[in-house]
Design a protein around this ligand. Structure first.
Ligand code: TRP
Ligand code: MN
Length: 447
């Protein structure tokens, strides 16, 4: 079958909204397809090259951000705060583990959510499920829950503005290593995690002064003052992704220009489904979530479908096993992919396999379970002789109480205090720094 940006339409697509007016939808998609791309093919290629070094065991992937971005909390502050936390984590990993870190945000497009049921029923009333702000609104009434194609355009504009600010911050001084201290937020700096970060920041200052004292003109070394933070999201709403797919004038290849990297979810990765068909033909680096029920044959099938040329960096497998099964479920997959010679990036999503409903009825995750899955991921890779290439986490720099445990020992009773997520529970600023230090220790032990 020959691939086109629309060839997915011949196949069954899971998790698509029920758009009330398909004429209106197609009109919106046509408009979007005339808008400028959000990212450029060359940028996607640089990310793929960077991920290639991860696949070869020479760098580490930090993929982090919101579970679901919101149309409501869309402002400069929220973008800057999320970036700041990613930079802090990246600098912890780079400095403590001594490996380059490829930084990819779940940002500037992470709007769509797969749902286990198409409808939600409350007190006998049944309405379409909330599928993320790119589709409908979370309020429980018929109007809010109706899929509205104009939201696709709003998602595009919000992504463009978010990306614009990310580019400005990462190139225009905010990400300068001379500002490591300034990235520490006040409420975090008082905490043990914040203090540990301060100490690391002082070591970096000292290293920079040392290099300057040695005669190196640190002012003129761009890599000390700038960084790359790439964007990514789950490419769920295929009409939107198709509308932003463009042919690169340099190579003639097709790129999904909605983000640098896109991934497939556990619920949309069937080999004969529309999502895999779409992903097969785009040249971006792509990811795929792998849950505990995936067999070695499933995974090898995905490797063949998504990366037949075996390009290092093209495919990232994001495993989300759960802390109890990671040590038994992961090794057969690692061995199969290793033996088949597929050059994948292995990343650990320690969040989605460890979600449960607490006694108080909140959807939550325990920080210790998250760390335990990461530890299991590292030990499985050690045994298989493969590189534990990265982590994929849901976080916010806000002082939320959504995940249990961590340094401030958040308890079930505390969850209601500041439970702000629209979807899954996220690590807060302190928990995220703590996690970065723990991962850095595991990496350091490994290197
Ligand atoms: N350019 C390097 C990098 O991106 C060093 C660097 C500059 C950096 N600013 C940073 C690292 C902020 C982490 C965070 O790795
Ligand atoms: Mn999530």
């Amino acid at each position: 079958m020959t691939w086109t940006p629309a060839s997915w339409r011949e196949l069954h697509a899971n998790q698509q909204p029920d758009w009330p007016d398909t004429g209106e939808l197609e009109a919106v998609l046509k408009t979007l397809s005339g808008y400028p791309p959000l990212v450029f093919a060359g940028e996607a290629r640089s990310l793929q090259a960077a991920l290639g070094t991860v696949a070869q065991g020479r760098a580490f992937l930090l993929q982090a951000g919101d579970c679901a971005e919101s149309f409501d909390s869309f402002n400069a502050n929220s973008i800057r705060e999320r970036l700041r936390l990613i930079l802090q984590m990246a600098v912890i990993l780079t400095y403590s583990a001594g490996v380059p870190v490829v930084k990819v945000g779940r940002i500037a497009g992470q709007f769509a959510k797969p749902r286990s049921s198409p409808n939600e029923t409350i007190d006998g009333t049944s309405l379409p499920s909330f599928r993320g702000h790119i589709v409908n609104d979370i309020a429980f009434n018929a109007e809010a829950r109706t899929a509205d194609p104009h939201r696709l355009v709003q998602a595009y504009h919000q992504s463009a503005a978010t990306l614009n600010l990310l580019r400005a911050f990462t190139r225009g001084g905010f990400a300068d290593l001379r500002r490591v201290h300034a990235w520490n937020q006040e409420f975090v700096s008082e905490s043990p995690e914040g203090a540990r970060y301060e100490q690391l920041a002082r070591s970096i200052d000292r290293a920079l002064r040392f290099m300057a004292a040695c005669g190196l003109d640190t002012d003129t070394v761009p890599s000390l003052h700038e960084t790359d933070v790439f964007t990514s999201h789950e490419a769920l709403i295929l009409g939107y992704e198709e509308a932003l797919t463009r042919q690169d004038s340099l190579t003639g290849d097709w790129y999904d220009c909605s983000a640098h990297m896109v991934w497939l979810g556990e619920r949309t990765r069937e080999l004969d489904g529309a999502h895999v068909e779409f992903f097969r033909g785009i040249h971006n680096p792509v990811g795929c979530k792998i849950g505990p029920n995936a067999t070695p044959d499933d995974v090898l099938g995905l490797c063949e479908a998504l990366n037949p040329e075996r390009v290092p960096g093209r495919l990232t497998l994001i495993t989300r096993m759960g802390k109890d099964v990671v040590r038994s479920a992961l090794p057969p997959l690692l061995n199969a992919v290793r033996d088949a010679g597929h050059p994948v990036v292995w990343a650990c999503d320690p969040m989605h396999g460890n979600t449960f409903t607490s006694q108080s009825g909140r959807k939550t995750r325990d920080f210790d379970d998250i760390l335990d899955e990461i530890a299991g991921f590292f030990s499985a890779h050690r045994e298989a002789g493969t590189w534990p290439g990265g982590v994929h986490v849901e976080l916010t720099s806000d002082d939320v109480t959504e995940c249990l445990g961590g340094g401030e020992a958040i308890l079930d009773d505390h969850l209601t205090l500041r439970y702000e997520t629209m979807c899954d529970p996220r690590l807060n600023g302190r928990q995220s720094l703590d996690l970065a230090f723990r991962v850095a220790e595991l990496l350091h032990a490994r290197a």
